[in-house]
Design a protein around this ligand. Structure first.
Ligand code: AMP
Ligand code: MG
Length: 490
């Protein structure tokens, strides 16, 4: 890997571009001082890939930067402006209220990455909030995003986590933390909405060029940049959401301000992985109408992309009718792409022949829901069964009704493509971040003990590999261990 420490004094090789955009795209904002920062962890491999020496990041000087106590050389801290639809209701002004972009660096693979502190104090966008983060959401985001990365899902990453030595006031006084997030960018649908609602077409044009250059450089020379961007974002999101659903992931807060233009999973607030399968499964305590349930994610993405297309209309064509038709055609292609990808995921999860009927997939999922089957264990044991590593009884025991399972196996065998069996191992994870495990690590962290955090983080680095040391983590929670609610990371 080529890592180039070109500027010896600059410990983080910043190369900022967002700060060069017009002034009304952001507000300058320095991180707040914290009394007693302590390192929880640094992501050594990611740091190295970003041209940052992990040893330095772990040192007092590095800790001062990731706790917000020092502004590193080359950093131009700022809070980005954005709007957003939250649970369907539009807020024309949100913005980074508890996050500060330190700047950008170039990854070893040539891609530009944002480095952002989350929970580093108030910004001009904080409204009534304190701009801080409790420790729990820091632990959750670290574990979840790194597990998602290991599962092969496009995602923002974790560079570091610290405790601040300061209490934050939520329902009670609890320990505060700061999370260092790395993202391909923090452009969201809400960024475009911020300018669209102000009729600032010039700004949208600037964003389109910025986003194409940064995320879809192969399409930069397009004769119709806005349409190309719309089509690229649609494809990236169709892939992302189908992938989420295939592994049982529920984002939980798919507001348009949490919907990234890059196609990365962003904003790990109340997210969780399902245990027992149910399409209406919801974890988030504030999602009372199940708007962001597992099974709604495909159509919510379409809704969000429609909001995105609306911001681009003036740039799609000067003639409103034509612009509308172009947007509609692109959005229709989302539905086709999404359904196609969704089926492809299940075809490989179930190792189905090319001509297996699509209805079999739907029937399988309905059966899992009726029988309250653990989603991850079902596909794990099916993979073992297909590989003759286990008896059918291990699958049957996941069902309420043994007969229903045996009948399903009989049908499945007739549709099985033997050539795909090895693929099953690459798509059906053995360990996923189960919600009760994440919650246990959070509770331990509040007691000052990070042992479980480190253990889980290590275990979830290799989700498709058998490891006898992590066998206990494969198990579904006992009824009394289940944690069925999550809360937003405020
Ligand atoms: P989120 O739920 O993380 O997507 O955040 C939604 C909006 O609320 C964003 O504009 C955040 O910056 C803002 N926000 C969330 N928590 C806080 C906080 N503790 N202080 C200030 N702003 C916040
Ligand atoms: Mg957000």
């Amino acid at each position: 890997m080529l890592v180039n420490f070109t500027t010896p004094n600059m410990r983080i090789p910043f190369d900022n571009s967002y700060s060069k955009l017009p002034d009304h795209f952001y507000e300058r904002a320095d991180p707040a001082q914290v009394p007693a920062p302590t390192l929880i962890t640094v992501n050594n491999s990611l740091a190295t890939e970003l041209g940052i020496e992990p040893e330095w990041l772990r040192s007092d000087a590095g800790l001062a930067v990731i706790s917000g106590n020092t502004v590193a050389e080359g950093s131009e801290p700022l809070a980005q402006a954005y709007a957003g639809h939250q649970f369907g209701g539009f807020s024309p002004q949100l913005g980074d209220g508890r996050a500060i972009l330190l700047g950008e660096v170039i990854h070893a693979n040539g891609e530009r990455k944002d480095i952002q502190l989350k929970g580093s104090g108030r910004t001009p966008f904080s409204r009534g909030g304190d701009g801080k983060s409790a420790l729990g959401p820091v632990i959750r985001e670290y574990l979840m995003c790194e597990a998602m990365f290991a599962l092969g899902v496009p995602t923002t990453r974790a560079l570091a986590a610290v405790t601040t030595g300061e209490k934050v006031i939520r329902e009670e006084r609890i320990d505060g933390g700061i999370f260092t997030r790395v993202a391909s960018s923090h452009l969201r649908v809400g960024t475009f909405q911020y300018f669209a609602t102000r009729n600032d077409t010039e700004a949208i044009k600037t964003l389109v060029d910025f986003a194409l250059n940064r995320h879809f450089p192969h399409a930069e020379t397009s004769l119709s940049p806005a349409l190309t961007l719309l089509e690229e974002v649609i494809s990236a999101q169709a892939q992302l959401i189908a992938h989420w659903m295939s592994i049982g992931f529920i984002h939980g807060v798919m507001n348009t301000d949490n919907f990234a233009i890059s196609g990365e999973t962003i904003d790990y607030g109340p997210c969780a992985f399902m245990d027992d399968f149910h399409p209406n499964c919801v974890f988030s305590a504030i999602d009372r109408d199940a708007r962001y349930s597992w099974g709604n994610q495909g159509s919510i993405a379409h809704w969000n992309l429609t909001r995105f297309a609306e911001t681009l209309l003036p740039l799609l064509d000067p003639e409103p009718d034509t612009a509308m038709k172009l947007a509609e055609a692109a959005l229709n292609s989302y539905s086709k792409q999404f359904i196609n990808l969704y089926h492809l995921h299940y075809k490989s999860k179930l190792s189905l022949t090319e001509d297996a009927p699509i209805e079999f997939i739907q029937g399988t999922l309905s059966l899992l829901a009726d029988q309250q089957v653990d989603y991850t264990l079902f596909f794990r044991r099916l993979t073992q069964l297909a590989n003759k590593d286990t008896e059918a009884s291990k699958l049957v025991e996941l069902f309420i009704d043994a007969e229903a399972c045996l009948k399903w196996i009989d049908e499945w065998i007739t549709l099985l493509d033997d050539d795909l069996i090895t693929t099953m191992q690459q798509v059906n994870p053995i360990t996923i971040p189960r919600n009760h495990q994440v919650e246990a690590a959070i509770q331990q962290a509040y007691k000052g003990d990070f042992t479980l955090f480190h253990r889980l983080h290590e275990a979830w680095k290799h989700p498709f590999t058998e490891n006898p040391e992590h066998e206990d983590l494969e198990l579904a929670p006992l009824p009394e261990e289940r944690v069925t609610q999550t809360f937003c990371g405020t």
